[in-house]
Design a protein around this ligand. Structure first.
Ligand SMILES: C[C@@](O)(CCOP(=O)(O)O)CC(=O)O
Ligand code: SF4
Length: 387
């Protein structure tokens, strides 16, 4: 990979050890994937924040770095609500380590927004055509597919390296030719909002790391697309998909998958909730204001009888403290900075009901729990045990 004179100096360690390490990661990646050069990024989203996922070794690696990020950089969810962790049942040892991790990132200049939906709270981080270095798979999918920005799915270290250098190697989804659809998906069902998670769950398994091009009967809204992309990135590793008529065409002769009501119904039945559900969690990816408003409306005048969590970004909860108040009056809890997948708070339960195709895919593997699926309304009903 070609390096400019300035990049070469950083690579040789003439700008300090941290920049040298960062350049080493970027150059190694660029060489593996055949990048021709580094390109500037508008923003970085750094995964690898929860102490549950990165552990002691991760904390050490971040704490050893010095210097400052040179582009806007934000954190993915941590393993707990950074202020109300006691209410989540998090123990002090975990909390101490988690706060150290966030502090280590903060010292480097990474903003502790702790969300997988930075685009919901800081739209200036990603605009159409921007190159980014984002990590969390649902955020990557949303950035590429809905915003029209360009990012590969970065690991935590490569994202942090990109933030310190302000650049990323040019390969993969940064290159136009790699952004061509590989498979058509004709959806012959009238989708409700809660179907998009299931649809993504099904299609991710089918297409793996392909680039699906959907043909819908009706244009999905932005929360539908968030749910769809998140699920495909979890059950498969889809980082880019298309959903509108202006999308580039898949090459002639490309495979086509038909999805019917029956296909969606089968998964719904398989994943229907039962009495074993002992916790209900909404907000994977993090809830938008509109989703908070829906939960608040559904909970009005009700009390929860099973644990109900709603995960969102702190900035969203602060902006809509009215909705948070309404939700929490029912006994449900709005947790910020974290989620049901990356927090050890989930460990004490047996079966979690979710409204997310992504969580449906990850809860059994990453949390070793059973999972059930339903719409937001069905989730609220299960938590309040209304029929
Ligand atoms: C579970 C996930 O959404 C977030 C956890 O990643 P991490 O702990 O931030 O590395 C992973 C992903 O899909 O990118
Ligand atoms: S809420 Fe879901 S999408 Fe967001 S970090 Fe957690 S697992 Fe990933």
């Amino acid at each position: 990979m070609h390096l400019s004179r300035e990049e070469e100096r950083a690579y040789q360690g003439e700008e300090g050890e941290s920049l040298r390490r960062a350049m080493e990661i970027l150059v190694a990646l660029g060489d593996i994937y055949g990048a021709d050069r580094l390109i500037p990024v508008r923003s970085v989203q750094v995964a690898g924040v929860s102490f549950k996922t990165i552990g002691e070794a991760g904390l050490e690696w971040i704490s050893d770095l010095r210097g400052r990020v040179v582009v806007s950089a934000v954190l993915n969810p941590a393993g707990m609500d950074l202020t109300r962790w006691q209410k989540m049942g998090i123990d002090e040892r975990f909390a101490k380590k988690q706060l150290e991790i966030v502090e280590a990132y903060r010292r480097l200049g990474v903003s502790p927004d702790c969300t997988c939906t930075p685009y919901q709270i800081r739209p200036e981080l990603a605009r159409r055509g921007d190159h980014l270095a984002w990590s969390e798979s649902s955020a990557v999918s949303f950035a590429n597919s809905v915003i029209g920005a360009k990012t590969n799915r970065e690991g935590g270290p490569s994202a942090l390296a990109a933030a310190l250098v302000g650049k990323t190697p040019r390969y993969g989804y940064h290159i136009e030719e790699k952004r061509v659809p590989t498979i058509n998906i004709a959806v012959e069902a009238d989708l409700k909002p809660s179907d998009y998670g299931i649809l993504g769950y099904i299609i991710g398994k089918e297409v793996g790391d392909g680039v699906p091009r959907f043909i819908f009967r009706k244009r999905p809204d932005v929360d539908d697309l968030k749910a769809l992309g998140a699920a495909m990135a979890a059950s498969g590793s889809v980082a880019l998909y298309y959903f509108d008529e202006e999308a580039p065409a898949a090459p002639k002769g490309s495979e086509e998958i038909l999805v019917s009501d029956r296909d969606l119904q089968d998964v719904r039945q398989e994943c229907a909730p039962d009495d074993e559900v002992d916790v209900v969690a909404i907000g994977c990816p993090h809830s938008s204001e509109r989703e908070l408003a829906e939960v608040a409306r559904l909970l009005e005048g009700n009390k929860v009888e099973r644990e109900l969590w709603i995960c969102t970004a702190r900035a969203t909860a602060e902006r809509r403290s009215d909705l948070v108040g309404k939700i929490e009056r029912s006994g449900a809890r709005v947790f910020c900075d974290t989620c049901m997948v990356v927090s050890p708070a989930s460990d004490r339960y047996r079966k979690m009901m979710v409204n997310s195709g992504k969580a449906l895919a990850y809860i059994p593997t990453l949390c070793k729990m059973k999972a059930a699926y339903g719409s937001v309304e069905e989730c609220v009903r299960a938590a309040t045990r209304r029929v």
